[in-house]
Design a protein around this ligand. Structure first.
Ligand SMILES: Cc1ncc(COP(=O)(O)O)c(C=O)c1O
Length: 368
């Protein structure tokens, strides 16, 4: 039985008429960049997250960059983020001219370890950029407490956690702004690159909307030099269709995760969903002692897996300038050799999940 890591085809088949009608509407209206489809999606997404504004941009990496620019972060500043995340989080920081400062991750949730956060703050620190990794909210309340104590700004990276909740609050509503990716494989994914910044701060929204559109305040009047990072009509129309299904797909992910949890108990370390938080399972990440063997066994059986991420950011050549050693981020460093991700999406069948469980159980060994 073949089990795809992410099955965009199955998802498309389930919403085909709606998608085709939406795309035909964009062509009919020639609303290719910005326009009514982008505005409609921005309003619907802001309402879903619970913020006053949403500004659609070209991708999630740009969302982080323009939000940090909006806070006035630049050369000489430091921004703290998690050691275990996708490189885009750190790229957004570096692009402003600021330096990225990494903090190790929590051994059970894999999210930024808030007990190590204060030690990373210096006189140059301007902001904290926590990531809600794999779909699980980080301890955002603790992040906010520490940020407020030290007078720091917070921008949330919610690229992997659309609709996740901390307590009864949706993540993305805690910091000054929050950044989303709608890369096709995300929980809410476009049919190309797309992203957004949400905020309830009027001034910040006005800056980002202008900065991401060449710094313009009128068609050919520019207060500042900005960038070209806009949401296009096709992506917005697809996202508006998919947003209506997001809760159903998220519940399907949660149900799939529960079935994996049950079936894999004792065979490998399954994701620890912290109490009082809604984990939306962008990824289902497990740990084993014999990762290569398990992945090969699954691959031979037709099951796709991934590793998120094979090298934690501080140990990538891109950050060699920071000179980090394994002992600087012991948890992230150890996880690099043990973690891998099982198939996870909203269209997984019970039979597929049970097949994956069976194959993992045949060879997996628990890590120490
Ligand atoms: C945690 C995280 N941040 C940022 C991004 C960047 O998003 P994009 O690929 O849309 O630029 C991604 C996704 O790729 C991500 O997983």
């Amino acid at each position: 039985m073949n089990v795809a890591f992410v099955d965009l085809k199955a998802q498309y088949e389930s919403i085909k008429p709606e998608i085709e009608q939406a795309l035909a509407g964009v062509i009919g209206d020639c609303a290719f960049i910005g326009g009514k489809y982008a505005t409609a999606f921005e309003q619907a997404f802001a309402a879903y997250i619970g913020t006053k504004h949403c500004v659609g941009v070209a991708n999630g990496t740009d969302a982080l960059f323009v939000a940090l620019e909006g806070l006035g972060i630049g050369r000489g500043d430091e921004v703290i983020t998690a050691a275990n995340t996708f490189i885009a989080t750190a790229e957004g920081i570096t692009r402003t001219g600021a330096e990225v400062v990494f903090v190790d991750c929590d051994p059970t949730t894999y999210n930024l370890d808030v007990t190590k956060l204060e030690a990373a703050i210096t006189s140059r620190t301007k902001a904290i950029l926590p990531v809600h990794l794999y779909g699980q909210p980080c301890d955002i309340e603790a992040v906010m407490r520490i940020a407020n104590k030290h007078g720091l700004q917070v921008i949330e990276d919610v690229a992997q956690a659309h609709g996740a909740r901390f307590g009864d609050r949706t993540v993305g509503t805690f910091g000054r702004a929050a950044c989303y990716s709608f890369y096709p494989g995300k929980n809410l994914g476009a049919y190309g690159d797309a992203g957004a910044v949400v905020t309830s701060d009027d001034k910040l929204e006005a800056f980002i909307r202008s900065f991401a559109n060449h710094g313009r305040s009128d068609q050919y009047f520019h207060d500042i030099e900005g960038v070209n990072s806009r949401l296009d009509g096709f992506q917005a129309a697809v996202l508006s269709v998919k947003l209506k299904h997001l809760e159903t797909w998220t519940e399907a992910r949660v149900a799939a995760a529960r079935r994996y949890d049950e079936g894999l108990r004792g065979a490998c370390v399954t994701p620890a969903a912290a109490p009082g938080r809604r984990h939306v399972y962008h990824l289902y990440v497990v740990r084993v002692a014999n990762r290569d063997e398990v992945r090969q066994h699954l691959q031979a059986a037709g099951i796709q897996t991934g590793i998120h991420y094979p090298v934690a950011l501080p140990y990538l050549p891109a950050y060699a300038r920071l000179n980090h050693k394994p002992a600087d981020f012991p948890v992230a460093h150890k996880q690099m050799t043990e973690i891998f991700s099982l198939p996870m999406h909203g269209n997984l069948t019970g039979d597929q999940i049970d097949f994956v469980i069976e194959k993992v159980r045949e060879v997996a060994r628990m890590p120490e």
